[in-house]
Design a protein around this ligand. Structure first.
Ligand SMILES: [Zn+2]
Length: 249
């Protein structure tokens, strides 16, 4: 079949191709039109890949997650004219996160393939598309904390519908779930207690505010530890957040 398609592409008539390949003319016609259709479908798919420009369906659950990952620790750079690279840097200690980040990218932009590159101590998960900037209009020069980060109305709607996935993205990129140890002096002696709590640290006040909003939507109590860090420490709040986030793995 490949030889026949190659000969057709060189301009031979179907009859000539059929003779050279010792198959029927019908078979050559079928292969040729099938290949053209597949090519056209692929073309159409690639050129209508953007939920914003072309109205392609967007997986909102995956997008809410990816938006959290991107705002936490993602980067978009222009790599060729009109083509942008979205990168997430995931620590090598978290193979589950590397896997999940790649899946989330692929679900959000199914027409672009996802690749990985080993860096020092971490893995860069990346994908190329002309349209990453349409999905992340927060893209801009410089660091995220040096510019205003405000969600577009359509992004806000998605986050409000899926605050748990958004929080998962934020906490898994720029936060963590750790153990807190507390010393108590009791009449029977000194006892140590441990309990889990979440931290989220980010230099951008806007991104911190988005994290707080998502936690409020989930009904998870939080408080600021520092100007750039918040924590979730109450037992029932941690249990609730565990349903959506959980430890990195
Ligand atoms: Zn677009």
């Amino acid at each position: 079949m490949e030889r026949a398609l190659r000969l057709s592409a060189q301009g031979l008539f179907d009859r000539q191709v059929a003779e050279l390949c010792e198959v029927s003319i019908g078979a050559v016609q079928k292969w040729r039109t099938g290949a053209r259709r597949a090519h056209e479908d692929e073309d159409l798919r690639r050129h209508h890949s953007c939920p914003r420009c072309h109205g392609r369906d967007l997986d909102h659950v995956a997008y809410a997650h990816l938006l959290g990952l991107y705002l936490g620790d993602g980067h978009i750079v222009r790599c060729r004219k009109e083509v942008f690279q979205l990168s997430l840097f995931c620590g090598d200690g978290w193979p589950g996160l590397i896997e999940e980040a790649g899946q989330t990218m692929a679900q959000t932009m199914p027409t672009s393939s996802v690749s990985r590159r080993q860096r020092k101590g971490c893995t860069e998960v990346k994908s190329y598309s002309k349209h990453w900037v349409c999905l992340f209009p927060q893209h801009g020069p410089g660091m995220k904390h040096q510019r205003e980060i405000k969600l577009a109305d359509w992004q806000q709607e998605i986050v409000e519908a899926h605050p748990g996935m958004f929080a998962r993205g934020l906490f898994h990129s720029d936060g963590f779930r750790g153990m807190n140890y507390v010393r108590r002096a009791l009449p029977s002696g000194v006892r140590w207690y441990e309990y889990p709590r979440y931290h989220f640290k980010n230099e951008s006040r806007d991104i911190l505010a988005l994290c707080c909003e998502a936690l409020d939507l989930l009904g998870v109590a939080w408080r600021f530890n520092n100007r750039n860090e918040l924590s979730v420490a109450k037992r029932e709040a941690v249990e609730l957040l565990d349903l959506y986030v959980g430890p990195k793995y």
